[in-house]
Design a protein. Sequence first.
Length: 78
Amino acid sequence: MTPLSLAPAGEPLTIIDVRAGQNLRHRLAGLGLLPGTIVEVVKRMGHGPVILSVRDTRLALGRGASHKVLVERMPSQD
């Protein structure tokens, strides 16, 4: 598992856990960022926000929030 803020761009990732307080967990759930959701990092902006693709939507998450979302790479479909 790796934090979303450090995940590679351009690869499908599965959210494994959200290790945050109740308010942030609720906010992220409202954005569709729940365990089991497949996301893709589109762009990381240095110490700024992380741009994600979730289903057909693009989201910008702050660095602190994205560091609390743990993801894993999807297994290859070879």
